[in-house]
Design a protein around this ligand. Structure first.
Ligand SMILES: Nc1ncnc2c1ncn2[C@@H]1O[C@H](COP(=O)(O)OP(=O)(O)OP(=O)(O)O)[C@@H](O)[C@H]1O
Ligand SMILES: [Mg+2]
Length: 353
């Protein structure tokens, strides 16, 4: 308090950088109360912008080699808005495709993601079994990618040449993901489906990184198991909007947040001022530590319309399921030629999802 008075600033934070070096920072006023417009990424910049931190620095998440992102927090503070902004950031690029899971809405045409569903390869609602089918497709895409990459580019390393129209970056947006992954109270077949979903979400988080398939998992569930541990341990970036408990924050931010009081999301619950404010970890420059960010202001009425306007760029790149094996002797060689793993299925417009 003495230092804050002496410097005439509202907050003073210290952080031990390494033995013998303590960083002390004084923050005048509260820059997080300052609203700024959301910054859209430059055309060839592979980042997901967020907003500004208490030092008025812009914070963005680099996509190159990103394993994935967790987004947690209480209802109404801006999880979905941020995920929509990320979709909008890349929607006008033909070399990006989207998969949408809206775990909050039974008929996804009428939920937060309804309008933007047109730009996605598919959109599914809260049904875990439908999600299971779509997750199966995404896992097939991941398993198919290395051979497709080698065939087209001579390397299985996606980020070497980066996203192209034929091998695009695939963003898997899973809002309220606990719906597909929470086994609580389930038994028998229902439980099996959910456990299988968990395994496939894990595959996306673990294997998608080098192959250009990136999962973004959002949840408002207020317990540590909201994002299965096996999934969250693979996802390097955590974003946490205000939460009631530190346990909920841990789902996105890891246990280190317990020792970082200034960045504790349960201290940000004041809804008057903190809608759009979150705590982040895993972004460059933080060195495994935490920071707060005010997400740039978005126009919630225009955002979905903008994304929808890019629907022509949507292209289904899920490989077809391997054909059922038939006795080779009954199939003419020329008939079977070219039927194994075609590049894409015939384009399905998913309105009927
Ligand atoms: N960056 C932002 N710019 C402008 N408005 C915002 C922003 N973030 C949040 N809001 C406002 O807060 C409201 C709630 O945000 P959002 O729907 O994203 O919350 P949520 O965390 O997804 O909630 P839920 O858990 O209920 O789905 C928005 O409808 C919007 O009015
Ligand atoms: Mg939401």
């Amino acid at each position: 308090a003495g230092l804050a008075d002496a410097w005439d600033c509202q907050t003073v934070e210290d952080r031990r950088r390494k033995a013998g070096l303590v960083e002390v920072r004084g923050i005048v006023g509260n820059p997080l109360d300052d609203h700024q417009p959301y910054t859209w990424p430059a055309e060839d910049d592979w980042v997901l912008p967020m907003g500004h931190n208490p030092w008025m620095r812009q914070v963005a998440i680099p996509l190159r080699q990103l394993s994935g992102i967790k987004v947690a927090g209480l209802p109404g503070y801006g999880k979905t808005m941020l995920m929509l902004a990320w979709m909008a950031s890349l929607a006008n690029r033909a070399n990006v495709q989207f998969a949408i899971f809206d775990g909050k809405t039974s008929d996804p045409r009428y939920g937060d993601w309804g309008e933007v569903g047109q730009r996605a390869m598919f959109i599914v609602g809260d049904n875990p079994e439908t999600a299971h089918q779509r997750l199966t497709e995404l896992v097939r895409l991941i398993k198919d990618r290395p051979s497709q990459l080698v065939a087209e580019r001579g390397t299985h390393k996606f980020w070497k040449a980066g996203p192209t129209v034929t091998i695009p970056l695939v963003l898997v947006l899973m809002d309220e993901c606990h719906n597909y992954a929470d086994t609580k109270g389930l038994t028998g077949k229902d439980k099996q489906v959910i456990e299988s979903n968990q395994r496939m979400m894990q595959t996306i988080s673990k294997e998608g990184r080098g192959l250009g398939v990136i999962g973004i998992f959002g949840t408002q569930k207020q317990t540590g198991d909201a994002i299965p541990t096996a999934v969250r341990d693979n996802l390097e970036v955590g974003v946490c909007f205000p939460t009631f408990t530190i346990d909920a924050a841990e789902a996105a931010l890891g246990s280190g947040i317990r020792k970082d009081e200034p960045n504790d999301p349960s201290k940000l619950v004041d809804k008057e001022s903190n809608v759009g404010v979150c705590v982040v970890t895993g972004v460059p420059g933080l060195g495994g530590q935490y920071d707060r960010v005010r997400v740039g202001d978005l126009d919630e009425d225009q955002l979905p319309g903008f994304i929808a306007s890019t629907w022509q760029l949507c292209r289904d790149v899920i490989p077809a399921a391997a054909p059922t094996v038939v006795d080779a002797s009954t199939v003419q060689a020329d008939e079977s030629a070219g039927t194994s793993v075609p590049l894409q299925k015939s384009t399905r417009r998913r309105k009927s999802a």
